[in-house]
Ligand binder design. Structure first.
Ligand code: C6P
Length: 415
């Protein structure tokens, strides 16, 4: 994939790197529009996995033989690439986890348990994914912490007035999604950070749907913690990232105990390895972390600003076409400057599961369901939504295929 800087993405060249995109589903070319759930993987990532297993497979941080050294160097080199992707100052601020969910749980356990007491408050929003709700509910059960939920407007924007009202002297943490996996809404995280910090609270940013899709700079965002998953940005499953502001990880006790996270173990107790190793107990997901580097290189070669531009263009095209379908309602902001490429919609009188099943018959993959955001479903007053979500390889002709399949769906239900 060679791309010209500043020009629109050459999706034909990009698509050639993704073997799965040339397959058929139910007799039709695959139209993969479920990228918010997970993205497809380019040949470069698949090759990196195979290459690692064929050439360097070994455990890391332990052996001093050649393979162990090679594997350790390859694994550790990924931290710097991750740091670059999010503008982090120091690769030691990067902890590898299994996914976004584990990264948030790590903070709830390792920071929350030690720092939050009964009566302290954690402010979330109505548009959070379950992985940014349930860890705090578990913490509330352990510590008696109170959870508060900032509200959203009918058109899917976070109500900053609600954030300002809820954040106060008892708030210890504000934890918000950067880009909603359902509404697409991109939240004004920098503004939220100012409110949180003015109250002496920390800010955790769930970047699962933003780190893959737009330039991220943790300093500009004002985040204290940031979490995201490799599998939503061309990388393998089983790799997540927790970034924490300088000094925070050092101040926290480990989440899991075991091999590789200790300095000295004695019968009477143990001391911990330096950060980030203190938070990576046991043999980590070595192969997938190493293959994640190929995904980061791929995105870096395109440039995250161009990834964002491409998604804005295709999202605008899709929303325009969806709007023209009678009886179709789009949830979330209408302005593509305020949203990412996850577009949720409802078709009058047709359950999203039926829509998705019929679309699958045409080779079109979208997600239907509550998208692990049941609070938001309740707020929207729906049991589920249809969701199409885009990435770097999606083309307007695929949106056309979605629209055609939706029209067929409507026809089937009209009969
Ligand atoms: N959303 C979706 O289809 P994990 O599963 O840990 O990699 O990511 C969790 C997660 C956290 N926050 C947001 C905003 C997310 O969108 C997700 C994952 C997928 O919407 C799977 S439910």
């Amino acid at each position: 994939m060679k791309q010209q800087a500043h020009s629109p993405l050459d999706t034909s060249a990009i698509r050639r790197d993704f073997p799965i995109l040339s397959r058929e589903v139910n007799g039709h070319p695959l139209v993969y529009l479920d990228n918010a759930a997970t993205t497809q993987k380019p040949r470069q990532v698949i090759d990196a996995l195979v290459h690692y297993y064929e050439h360097s497979n070994s455990n890391i941080h332990r052996g001093i033989h050649t393979l162990a050294v090679e594997a350790t160097e390859q694994y550790e080199a990924v931290r710097a690439k991750v740091a670059r992707h999010i503008g982090a100052a120091d690769e030691r601020q990067i902890v590898f986890t299994r996914n976004t969910t584990e990264a948030i749980n790590l903070v709830a356990r390792a920071w929350g348990d030690a720092n939050l007491r009964e009566g302290d408050e954690v402010v979330l929003t109505e548009m959070e994914h379950h992985s940014n709700i349930v860890p705090w509910q578990l913490l509330a059960r352990r510590n008696g912490v109170r959870l508060r939920f900032a509200t959203i407007t009918d058109d899917g924007y976070l109500e900053m007035a609600s954030v300002r009202e809820l954040v106060g002297p008892r708030t210890r943490l504000v934890s918000v999604v950067h880009a909603s996996n359902v509404l697409g809404t991109i939240n004004p995280v920098t503004e939220v950070a100012e409110v949180a910090h003015a109250a002496g609270a920390l800010l955790l940013v769930d970047a699962a749907q933003s780190a893959p899709h737009m330039p991220i700079d943790v300093a500009n965002l004002g985040a204290d913690f940031l979490a995201f998953s490799a599998h939503k940005m061309l990388g393998p499953t089983g790799v997540g990232v927790l970034w924490a502001r300088d000094g925070l990880l050092e101040s926290m006790d480990p989440f899991l105990g075991g091999g590789d996270m200790i300095s000295v173990v004695k019968e009477e107790g143990s001391t911990w390895a330096d950060v980030p190793y203190k938070f990576e107990a046991g043999t980590p997901n070595i192969a997938d972390v190493i293959a994640f580097a190929a995904a980061l290189d791929y995105l870096a070669e395109i440039g995250m600003d161009r990834v964002r531009e491409h998604e804005k263009t295709i999202t605008a095209y899709a929303m325009d076409a969806l709007h023209r379908i009678d009886g179709l309602t789009i949830h979330g902001p209408a302005d593509v400057d305020d949203r990412g490429g996850a577009v949720s919609f409802a078709l009058d009188g047709i359950h999203p599961h039926d829509v998705s099943t019929i679309l699958d018959g045409y080779g079109v993959a979208i997600r239907a369901g509550h998208h692990c955001a049941q609070l938001l479903m309740r707020r929207l007053g729906v049991p589920a939504t249809n969701r199409a979500s885009f990435y770097i390889y999606n083309e307007e002709r695929e949106v056309d295929a979605l629209i055609d399949a939706l029209k067929q769906t409507i026809k089937v239900f009209a009969e």
